[in-house]
Design a protein. Sequence first.
Lengths: 452, 89
Amino acid sequence: MITNFEVLETNKMIRDSNLDIRTITMGISLMDCMDSDIDKLNENIYNKITSKAKDLVEVGEQISKKYGIPVVNKRISVTPIAIVAAGTKADSYVSIAKTLDRAAKDVGVNFIGGFSALVQKGCTPSDEILIKSIPEALDVTERVCASINLGSSKSGINMDTVKDIGEIIKLTAERTKDRESIGCAKLVVFCNAPDDNPFMAGAFHGVGEKDTVINVGVSGPGVVKEGLEAARDEDFETLCETIKKIAFKITRVGQMVAKEAADNLGVDFGIIDLSLAPTPAIGDSIAEIFEEMGLEYAGAPGTTAALAILNDCVKKGGVMASSYVGGLSGAFIPVSEDHGMIRAVEEGALTIEKLEAMTCVCSVGLDMIAIPGNTPASTISGIIADEMAIGMINNKTTAVRIIPVVGKDVGDMVEFGGLLGYSPIMEVNPFSCEDFINRGGRIPAPIHSFKN
Amino acid sequence: MKGIITVVGKDKVGIIAKVCTLLSERNVNILDISQTIVQEYFNMMMIVELNDEDKELNNLIDELDDLGEEIGVEIKLQHESIFNSMHRI
């Protein structure tokens, strides 16, 4: 029988430490929507999404009520549109982005991911059309998220597109300059993108997936911080054990919710993504965990080690708690979405270079980083290339979501609002990489032996 | 199915009586009950037997929530699975 202590512990996690189900994401294949007529394609896409996901929000809310735990976001991911639309021969996919946006609004989800292309080895004409459509698509829609896979450990890095994406990010920033260049917050580029990630902006429904699945992202940086308060001054063994136990408990709740959501919606359960995802709320921060571990601020020497421990222990604890783990699984380190990270930037403790080092050991990459609006496109491409190289060589997912805020410079603040948060503009290394980026072509796949 | 009711708030006369009255009016059987008072704060947990319909659970969640507001304490009813999944392998 459940004890009073256990009930109190669970409810304290929910009430005081922001334990929540961060997202229930329905992955929907659009392969069967294909048509050579783009109007017909749009109609098929709208009908499929609104029929498959019509009960998603209601089921999410019902689960939240039944178990007394918040289900923060209900979202949708779809097959990369560059694949779905390849047969249309249209010269722009903006109308498809609008269709996705309309479908998302009509079923009540706050984001829909999959305005995407997988171009790790090269672009098809359709991939090129999608990439060119991104600035306008992210300007004229509200809920659509775009992602591009630019590299992989098996294929190398597509440097032609890395170069183009630098320009696309600048154009997207320019088109949405009246809204703090927010279009760029809905665009992420990957190396080794996972097929089943439920988190935005990088969610898409991979081509090897079933027709419709439910993927669930759990979160709870506040719970980890709270747990570590009890382990203050203890050694690393105790530190690691504490994180593992908390990750196990959090993930078990995610597993239960995912199974129930899948059952109630009549679709298959895909994976649990056991990521620690911060929000701008106090007590929901990864940086606060670092501080609890003994660092003055995120970014201080020791931060990479602290993040490595956190990331690894979350996985070790979570994997046994769920039958299927996938997605990004680990610790996220977005800047603007984590008030502790923001404070660390303001104090001068955290730089882009330190964040880059941290991405070698965390689950994603350079995330929600605001930089001066006059940063050259080639410099943005250089930052992306560095991040892709880390992912390619280390067989891990890395990503870049960077926002060159038009009209802002180092020292200014930018407010994105809501879960996207706010951020000081971070300083970018001023030296040029233009000739390097202009070379074009692709970086060959790396060797996977002689690991040094 | 079983539900877990928790009541948290400042201690006062009649909290248990009011919760139990509501449960008895709704024909809900109480299986276990325990309470502690820490620094004048009242903490109660009840395990109750409910029928398997989500609708009944939803209605009772709302009614207990309203009752909590009326007497100035927080009353939650949750399906027991969240606690079993977190604390039992």
